[in-house]
Design a protein around this ligand. Structure first.
Ligand code: ZN
Length: 220
């Protein structure tokens, strides 16, 4: 056999030889050839270096890869955070939700007192969406009436005037029988209030018709 061919075969086999994939007799032939051939020894050295370069990247390169991965993570995390903020912002600006109707958009009318000390009132409200909720809550002495409208923060809809169902609120606490001191409409916060009735306030008495309406309301 010609040495050149041998070299070619040997160098073809070297990658598998380095990986330990060649058989025992092949290894012996390769080793015998390498002992006599400087060219192939050099080729083996070169291939071994290249293989190590791939398998065991030097620490600097690993750190660099880690840095890239860390940066990718950072970019991904920041992107997720930005998207979340945008979505929340979009919801905040354009998403419909409940807003308390401010006192400035509300009118209280028809305040009078029935024979049994119940206070009657009506509320009309300017809203940009629709009235979603009316709540009356209070503590021992006060009763707070609130309205919520369902709309966007910056609504393009036209305002409409909504007349809410009339109210009769007892001035006595049903459980404790204690006299109440006030009934208030509350808008966006505690300072945004309309006094509907307070203890020493003079409120017109109900007319006979109004008393009749109240009895109907009670189902009597
Ligand atoms: Zn050779």
């Amino acid at each position: 056999m010609e040495p050149r061919l041998n070299c070619e075969i040997v160098q073809d086999l070297l990658p598998n030889y380095i990986e330990g994939l060649t058989g025992e007799s092949t290894n012996k032939s390769i080793q015998a050839h390498l002992a006599d051939c400087e060219n192939c020894r050099k080729a083996l050295e070169q291939m071994t270096r290249d293989t190590q370069g791939i398998k065991g990247a030097p620490p600097k390169q690993i750190n660099f890869m880690k840095k890239i991965k860390r940066r990718q993570w950072l970019i991904a995390s920041v992107s997720v955070a930005i998207v979340a903020v945008l979505l929340i912002g979009a919801y905040y600006l354009f998403g419909t939700r409940d807003f308390p109707v401010p006192a400035s958009d509300v009118k209280v009318s028809d305040v009078y007192r029935t024979n049994d000390g119940t206070v009657h009132f009506r509320v009309t409200a300017h809203v940009k969406g629709f009235v979603s909720r009316v709540s009356t809550h209070g503590n021992k002495h006060t009763e707070i009436y609130r309205i919520y409208e369902h709309r966007q923060l910056f609504s393009m809809e036209k305002e409409s005037v909504v007349a809410l169902p009339e109210n009769w609120l007892s001035t006595k606490n049903a459980n404790t029988n204690l006299e109440k001191t006030g009934i208030y409409f509350e808008g966006i916060d505690k300072n945004d209030r309309i006094v509907i009735w307070e203890k020493d306030m003079t409120v017109p008495p109900a007319t006979a018709e109004q008393e009749e309406a109240y009895r109907k309301y009670l189902g009597k």
